[in-house]
Design a binder for this molecule. Structure first.
Ligand SMILES: NC(=O)c1ccc[n+]([C@@H]2O[C@H](COP(=O)([O-])OP(=O)(O)OC[C@H]3O[C@@H](n4cnc5c(N)ncnc54)[C@H](OP(=O)(O)O)[C@@H]3O)[C@@H](O)[C@H]2O)c1
Length: 202
């Protein structure tokens, strides 16, 4: 399959790109600062990506920003970032991909464990992640042309925990998280929130 991975230079996205390439897919990475540039906050930028790379079978998004911070400290701008970037950026991607992917293609987005297992400081991120899960479950009911849409809800990733100075023992390695994206692309899932720690059968 010909697959675009948005966020392919990131912790999760790089593992996803490697896992898909190892399974002999043609993987094309994109992000704001990549040679193939895309800004998911801008619909015109997403459209340009599909103009540049036609006949795509699958698009995977491992990108989108949101702010971690206490309820007392989060500002309107902090909430707006998550809504504009991680939430509406991925919603825009899905809406555009619906018209641009090949028949039978797939869309895989990213939310996160904080949707269902919040922690102090996660209000803005939990809001966005839960919204994305709801969007994907509903959008799957209406996709045309045998298209599929799923979302991966990663737990804390070990590599990220190390970067943040957290104990990584409860996290999942990026290579394991990547398997959920492979399952979404290659399997028959439709409208599923995939938990990489407990993957359902394909
Ligand atoms: N890591 C974790 O523990 C964890 C756990 C649960 C959920 N998640 C979610 O998983 C996603 C990826 O996390 P990560 O840790 O892999 O992030 P990361 O290491 O910071 O990588 C983010 C990637 O996305 C690209 N990107 C960022 N903003 C973008 C934008 N507006 N448009 C296009 N590309 C953009 C970045 O490249 P450029 O700078 O070149 O754009 C980079 O390739 C995030 O949504 C995060 O919330 C992560």
């Amino acid at each position: 399959m010909k697959i675009i991975v948005i966020g392919a230079t990131g912790t999760i996205g790089s593992a996803v790109a490697q896992a898909l390439a190892a399974r002999r897919h043609e993987v094309i990475g994109a992000s704001r600062h990549a040679a193939l540039a895309v800004e998911i906050e801008e619909g015109t930028s997403i459209q340009r990506l599909f103009d540049t790379i036609p006949a795509i079978d699958a698009v995977v998004c491992c990108a989108g920003n949101a702010t971690f911070g206490s309820l007392a400290s989060l500002t309107d701008a902090d909430y707006q970032l998550g809504l504009r970037s991680k939430l509406m950026g991925q919603v825009a991607l899905a809406r555009i991909a619906k018209d641009r992917l090949r028949d039978g293609g797939s869309i895989t987005l990213t939310s996160g464990i904080l949707a269902t297992r919040p922690m102090p400081g996660s209000a803005a991120i939990s809001l966005v992640n839960a919204g994305l899960n709801g969007f994907v479950r509903a959008a799957a009911l209406e996709l045309p042309r045998r298209l599929r849409i799923n979302i991966v809800s990663p737990p804390w990733v070990k590599e990220t925990m190390v970067k943040l100075g957290m104990d990584p023992s409860t996290g999942l390695a990026a290579t394991q998280v990547a398997q959920a994206y492979v399952a979404s692309v290659e399997g028959q899932h439709q409208g599923v929130v995939l938990d990489p720690a407990h993957l359902p059968p394909h």
